[in-house]
Write a protein of this length. Sequence first.
Lengths: 118, 108
Amino acid sequence: EVQLVESGGGLVKPGGSLRLSCAASGFTFSNYNMNWVRQAPGKGLEWVSSISNSGSYIYYTDSVKGRFTISRDNTKNSLYVQMNSLRAEDTAVYYCARDRVGLEFDYWGQGTLVTVSS
Amino acid sequence: SSELTQDPAVSVALGQTVRITCQGDSLGNYYASWYQQKPGQAPVLVIYGKNHRPSGIPDRFSGSRSGNTASLTITGAQAEDEADYYCNSRDSSGNQVLFGGGTKLTVL
């Protein structure tokens, strides 16, 4: 059974940092591109970042470029995002999502809430 | 444009057919995927590619595309289909992901 379990969310002050993790199981992690998608309270889905299966190709939405860094460790079946210089508008539930192929997100974690507030 | 546009809300009578649309320039080149999200839950992929359903998705869900508009059709809507529906696709560059703003489906 495919499982994605996010962790690392919490309350952080503006300008602070947080590292989210996503533990994957039930599939060959190194075969799949992975993504972070977020959802602000009461709002729609917003793609944050993608990383290819080998980690060679990385993309970000414009609003997080230079502040967020996506990475993965295929030996640990884990996906990460390091979030720096956090802003109030980064407050959201952050989901990791597997890319079936072609940006079709076939499995999602349950999400972890990040709250940026003083 | 670098947007996918969806109607904010749509309603359908129980057992009837409803179409949810997603408009965007990139849809002329790329297929949309569709996701169902119920309150407090993670999104679920319901349609991908030309018109493919993941395992476990009922066949009342179908997808299509015409020009720059992708559509999700639910034929014979059920009460459990009441949810938010999102489309996604690539942007014009092909490297970034776009999500539509979502459509809240109410089953009457």
